[in-house]
Design a protein around this ligand. Structure first.
Ligand code: PSU
Ligand code: MN
Length: 300
């Protein structure tokens, strides 16, 4: 396709049926401060390579979907002002108007699928926001998971969301949600949410078999592979709950809505926890990259 540019290394890996792991860029431009964001993005690529797979960091630049960003492209994206936060609704708009755009989970799934990539690692998916019954704010990530066949390895959904409603939505839309080595649905910064993981699997090979079976059956859509942050890196739920409540309250009080909500709350959490939430976010996404590489390697 005209607007899709796949890096040579990624193309070769796909042609040789080697593992490839997609990475998103909204976490870089809207999820973490500079320069930790660039350092983290590079560390994810290293983790994936160390796991025997090839990383494919995805963004929209100069009217193209780039699948596999060069080092200077990543740096440029991270330092460009006014990078769009792209989802399904505005992906074509960014391409047509040649604006720089970072891909969310939803947009990254679409681009990964166009390129033939089946596994993707991120921090935490979007979901049903607290108060969604009046705001109607439900991340497009959930619909994408229902429709596009890419497995998303994450530490659950971001804990600023209503996690119980997020799980209900995923169940309604037929998205498998797998706790990796856990019976509980992880809560991003915390290992524990108090909510059960709908499914549990304990190895990358088992996960790959489930994905192959799902897609062989013709079941559309992806899967959530929920990997709890390591015990040494987590912020226990009881310690972080108050900060989340404060950040969510401040977002509402300032009238922050739509696409701006999640970036505002993540940045505010970094301030309120004096950098601890950022360190945890970095650790969990690195662990997800490692697991994603293992799953990608097991897929036939
Ligand atoms: N994971 C992180 N940090 C992030 C995100 C995921 O650790 O910033 C991004 C993803 O791109 C996800 C988005 O799709 O947050 C969710 O945004 P929203 O709630 O507006 O749908
Ligand atoms: Mn939203």
């Amino acid at each position: 396709m005209h607007a899709l540019r796949i890096a040579e290394e990624v193309k070769d890996a796909l042609a040789e049926c080697r593992g490839v792991v997609a990475l998103e860029t909204t976490i870089v431009t809207h999820g973490m401060p500079y320069p930790e964001n660039v350092a983290t993005a590079r560390s994810l690529e290293r983790e994936i390579r160390a796991g025997g797979a090839v990383p494919a960091t995805i963004a929209v630049m100069e009217g193209e979907i780039r699948v596999g960003l060069a080092e200077d492209e990543l740096e440029r994206l991270a330092t460009t002002k006014k990078v769009l936060k792209l989802s399904r609704n505005d992906l074509a708009y960014a391409l047509a108007t040649r604006q720089a755009g970072a891909t969310t989970v939803a947009a990254t799934m679409i681009c990964a699928h166009l390129a033939g990539i089946r596994v993707f690692a991120t921090g935490g998916i979007g979901g049903v926001h607290r108060g969604a019954e009046s705001s109607f704010d439900i991340s497009a990530d959930l619909e994408e998971l229902a429709r596009t066949p890419v497995a998303v390895v994450c530490a659950g959904a971001k804990a600023l969301l209503d996690l119980a409603k997020t799980l209900e939505y995923l169940e309604t839309r037929g998205v498998p949600v797998v706790g990796y080595g856990t019976d509980e649905f992880p809560a991003f910064w915390s290992r524990s949410s108090g909510l059960g993981a709908p499914l549990r699997m304990d190895s990358a090979a088992e996960i790959a078999r489930m994905l192959e079976m799902k897609w062989a059956l013709g079941l559309t859509g992806g899967a959530v592979i929920a990997n709890p942050v390591g015990a040494g890196d987590e912020i226990p739920a009881g310690e972080i709950a108050g900060f989340i409540e404060q950040a969510v309250r401040e977002a509402a009080a300032r009238g922050i809505g739509g696409k701006a909500v999640t970036p505002f709350i993540l940045a505010r959490m970094g301030e309120l926890t004096v950098g601890r939430s950022l360190r945890t976010n970095i650790a969990l996404v690195q662990a997800n990259a490692r697991l994603a590489a293992a799953v990608a390697g097991e897929l036939g």
